[in-house]
Ligand binder design. Structure first.
Ligand SMILES: Nc1ncnc2c1ncn2[C@@H]1O[C@H](COP(=O)(O)OP(=O)(O)O)[C@@H](O)[C@H]1O
Ligand SMILES: [Mg+2]
Length: 135
């Protein structure tokens, strides 16, 4: 399956959004996730899901500023999987920021709000994903 010419090596999902890598991307991703997570029947994790996708997309914009970025919610029974796809070959690195550091906390937030998170490479694409308890 493919969604775009660029996406021939990225599996597509019924529930996904294509975003340009710009300053509006995190907000669009939050709105997308809020809408679908509530609709899918996970009202209690709407807020956490919005925070998680915001961090993932913000990182993707920084890492792959030429875009595009895809946010996808693949099927998962009882759990919510949030995927953020970008074209940066670099990997997420969990940092240990000092108290005065202004960067390096995003993945810590994702870790706290998720059951687990990780990343994988698929052709030119990289996916950073988080698994949330949907209940
Ligand atoms: N999608 C990504 N692609 C490449 N590198 C990433 C991605 N997400 C995170 N990283 C790397 O992981 C680091 C830690 O991310 P994060 O905890 O969100 O802190 P920050 O974004 O403030 O640097 C980033 O500085 C970056 O080096
Ligand atoms: Mg970040």
């Amino acid at each position: 399956m493919c969604t775009t010419a660029l996406g021939h090596d990225r599996p597509s999902t019924d529930i996904e959004i294509r975003l340009e890598a710009d300053e509006l991307a995190p907000r669009k991703a939050r709105a997308f996730v809020r809408h679908h997570v509530a609709r899918l029947g996970y009202p209690r994790c709407v807020d956490d899901a919005a925070v998680v996708v915001s961090e993932l997309v913000t990182n993707a914009v920084t890492a792959a500023p030429l875009g595009p970025i895809f946010v996808a919610l693949p099927p998962s029974s009882g759990r919510l999987v949030i995927e953020c796809w970008d074209l940066s070959p670099e990997c997420p690195v969990s940092r240990e920021p000092d108290v005065l550091d202004t960067h390096g906390r995003g993945l810590g937030v994702v870790k706290e709000l998720s059951l687990s998170y990780g990343f994988d490479h698929r052709g030119r694409w990289k996916v950073v994903w988080a698994l949330l308890d949907g209940r």
